[in-house]
Write a new protein. Structure first.
Length: 78
């Protein structure tokens, strides 16, 4: 429930997607450790939502995820 009312179909879909992504991130961090788990999570997120964003023409999402991947990589890759 949100604001004392049931969620709409669109709100429920966004909520379920966010919950699913949090579960994926938690599982990857538990399996691989904090840094590598976050790196794998961002790769997975780019794979799932980046394709959708590309089809919709939303380059800002792709840019944000690529920046997050670069930040994690630069901390550990060189």
């Amino acid at each position: 429930m949100s604001a004392g009312r049931p969620l709409t179909r669109v709100e429920r879909k966004k909520f379920n997607r966010a919950e699913h992504e949090r579960k994926i991130q938690k599982d990857l961090i538990a399996q691989h450790g904090n840094d590598l788990g976050n790196f794998y999570f961002w790769l997975r997120l780019m794979n799932i939502r980046g394709t959708q964003a590309f089809r919709d023409g939303d380059t800002s999402f792709i840019r944000d995820v690529a920046l997050a991947l670069q930040n994690v990589y630069s901390r550990h890759g060189g």
